[in-house]
Design a protein around this ligand. Structure first.
Ligand SMILES: Cc1ncc(COP(=O)(O)O)c(C=O)c1O
Length: 408
């Protein structure tokens, strides 16, 4: 393992070098979005300032240069998640867009009235509402995999829910509420034994924290966002097995996604272009490639080792505070911790922490049913990235304790 001092890497992130409310910024909302290293910012600036051109439409040098970079990014992403072919990598605008596109296209190709879709009861709204909309439109049924009090999926219940009408199971790899990493490989193995249903994994919270091998996991679809893995906003990935994507209809019509067009009809392009209508977000694709190079250079071994230690440290410190209640604690927790404080509203705590320069998530975490499941109306969440330090955790804990002693 190539060792490095992760905290030195803080210097790569210009956003970390600033104050909020006259205090040094402590950014603990990385589950929402991460800061960008300078190499990502530079790659985008370089593209716009000295090599800007469109893709897939022209033969002049600038366009060819963009084509080459765009293609290289797709290959890098394919290798990053160990997909079999670049045809399986579809550029979208983010996880939400990927799931909505899937719901539309997979829904049209594979789901009919009376069929069933399974999601867990604690999914992010992005992995729930599109399925609600699809189920309503098609007359399909949405069913829910329960979780226990630790936030772990009830796999026995999942087995019971599977039936011949089940067409899709869609769950988060790491929950944005509990931080628990679900045992995807084991879940998929269990599903394959008794069902031909397809499996979608929402990798939004996993992609920056652990290596992903979509073939080893044997998932049918895997989706994630660039902005949660040190890349730009406005770019995401929809991975799908080639044989499935090939049978699915495009969701948008326009340039790039066609082969031939007459006034009355059109034939569609090959994968992955069939799903990429219009001029894409080229700069974000280039920025995402730079983010992947950055992660790989640092290595997941280093990132995981650091984040695991940091998270365990924060968890121990939080548990020492009398009125703090951790949500969904499990031995599998990593990279984020959600909690509430007895008799104090989460929004009050988040507001006061903000005045001390500490940014963390509060409210319903885009997962209202999950909050209901855990019997709370709002939560606080700290989520880590490779650049967070133990000093930052200490500052957060110290400020939190002071707030609790004043308001409690
Ligand atoms: C588990 C999970 N799924 C989906 C999303 C949606 O991601 P995006 O807003 O980038 O589309 C998020 C964002 O927080 C998430 O945590």
């Amino acid at each position: 393992m190539k060792t490095c001092n992760i905290v030195e890497k803080r210097l790569d992130f210009p956003m970390l070098d600033q104050k909020m409310h006259a205090a040094p910024l402590v950014y603990l909302d990385n589950g929402a979005t991460t800061f960008k290293p300078k190499c990502v910012i530079d790659a985008i600036v370089e593209f716009y300032s000295s090599s800007y051109g469109t893709v897939h439409r022209a033969i002049y040098d600038l366009a060819e240069h963009s084509n080459a970079k765009y293609y290289a990014a797709r290959i890098a992403i394919k290798d990053f998640i160990k997909a079999s072919s670049e045809k399986e990598i579809i550029f979208t605008s983010g996880t939400t867009d990927s799931i909505n596109k899937l719901a539309q296209s997979f829904g049209e190709a594979y789901i009919k009235e009376g069929d069933e879709i399974l999601v867990s009861e604690i999914e992010h709204h992005s992995n729930l509402v599109p399925w609600q909309m699809l189920a309503k439109k098609l007359g399909a049924k949405l069913k829910f995999i329960p979780v226990n009090d630790r936030g772990e999926l009830d796999l026995l219940e999942l087995e019971k829910l599977l039936c011949e009408n089940t067409k899709l199971i869609s769950i988060a790899h790491i929950s944005n509420v509990t931080g628990i990493c679900h045992p995807v490989k084991e879940i998929v193995r269990c599903i394959r034994k008794q069902s031909s249903a397809k499996v979608l994994i929402d990798g939004a919270q996993a992609i920056s924290h652990m290596p992903i091998d979509v073939c080893d996991l044997d998932v049918d679809f895997y989706v994630f966002s660039g902005h949660k893995m040190y890349g730009p906003t406005g770019i995401g990935i929809l991975y799908g097995k080639e044989e499935l994507l090939a049978k699915m209809p495009p969701t948008f019509g326009g340039g790039d996604m066609i082969k031939e067009v007459s006034l009355k009809e059109a034939s569609y392009n090959d994968l992955p272009y069939k799903f990429e209508a219009g001029t894409p977000n080229i700069s974000a694709v280039i920025g995402l490639k730079a983010a992947i190079d950055y992660i790989l250079d640092l290595s997941f071994e280093n990132i995981q080792a650091h984040e695991k230690e940091l998270c365990a440290y924060a968890l121990d410190k939080l548990k020492e505070i009398k009125d703090v209640q951790i949500i969904g604690e499990s031995t599998q927790s990593r990279s984020l911790i959600s909690f509430t404080v007895k008799n104090i509203h989460s929004l009050d705590i988040a507001t006061l922490l903000n005045f001390k320069g500490i940014a963390l998530r509060s409210g319903h975490l885009c997962a209202q049913p999950a909050l209901k499941r855990f019997g709370v109306s709002a939560m606080l969440r700290i989520s880590f990235a490779l650049y967070n330090s133990f000093d930052e955790v200490d500052r957060f804990i110290e400020c939190l304790k002071k707030i609790i002693s004043k308001l409690g």
